[in-house]
Design a protein around this ligand. Structure first.
Ligand SMILES: N[C@@H](CCC(=O)N[C@@H](CS)C(=O)NCC(=O)O)C(=O)O
Length: 213
């Protein structure tokens, strides 16, 4: 059986792709990567060909396709359970905050799309976005625990889901409380994230006319 293949979108833009890529890296699982550039005339056909859901990320392994970021992270955790906290209660909390990101915070996501090449600069934030930013910080404060700088001490899938959030906060110069800023700094200094970020700077995939949001 060949190595799993993770199909991803542009590193610069695809926050959903970053999450399982980080999880596979942290799990120490060998995988090949295939990029489907987004926002191009041929992107839709390439996405439909690779992914039953028509989206990236999608993981092909053992003859099946898994096409959702959280599902791929769970697949990685089945191979390496250390991707979730070992304590069942803490693990439940980690899954809760992960699910909150997977299904929520749409005001922040819409107003501040991830763009790793955007020079950091603030924009006017409406109340809905401010509420999301406040809710995320309150949630982090409520759950932060363990020995180590990540949300649950050691790196977990929850951190994979909040690394793109930290990138949005950074690139839109959103002010945070001190503990939240320290957590974001940890995520953005992580060596696997730096590999992703550096590769994003070398990409030249955007269609003509794209402007940094
Ligand atoms: N819920 C999905 C969302 C995936 C998603 O929306 N991916 C975007 C790229 S970041 C996509 O493929 N969009 C299709 C398009 O741009 O046409 C997941 O968690 O994987």
């Amino acid at each position: 059986m060949g190595r799993p293949v993770l199909h991803i979108g542009n590193r610069q833009l695809s926050s959903w792709s970053m999450r399982p890529w980080l999880a596979l890296r942290k799990a120490g699982l060998a995988f090949d990567e295939h990029m489907i550039p987004l926002d191009r005339p041929d992107s839709r056909a390439a996405l439909e060909a690779a992914s039953p859901g028509g989206t990236v990320p999608v993981l092909e392994s053992g003859g099946v396709a898994i096409w959702d970021s959280l599902a791929i992270c769970e697949w990685a955790a089945e191979h390496n359970p250390a991707l979730w906290p070992s304590d069942p209660g803490v693990r439940g909390q980690a899954r809760s905050v992960t699910a909150a990101m997977h299904s929520g915070f749409s005001a922040l996501r819409n107003a501040c799309p991830m763009d790793l090449c955007r020079p950091p600069a603030p924009i006017a934030l409406d109340d809905a976005v401010r509420n999301d930013v406040a809710a995320i910080q309150a949630m982090w404060t409520a759950v932060k625990c363990g020995d180590g700088p990540f949300l649950f001490g050691q790196w977990s899938i929850a951190d994979a889901f909040y690394t793109p959030v930290a990138a949005r906060f950074h690139h839109f110069a959103i002010e945070l409380d001190a503990a939240s800023q320290a957590y974001c700094d940890t995520l953005l200094a992580d060596e696997d994230y730096r590999d992703w970020f550096d590769a994003a700077q070398r990409e030249d995939l955007l269609p003509p006319g794209h402007s940094h949001a």
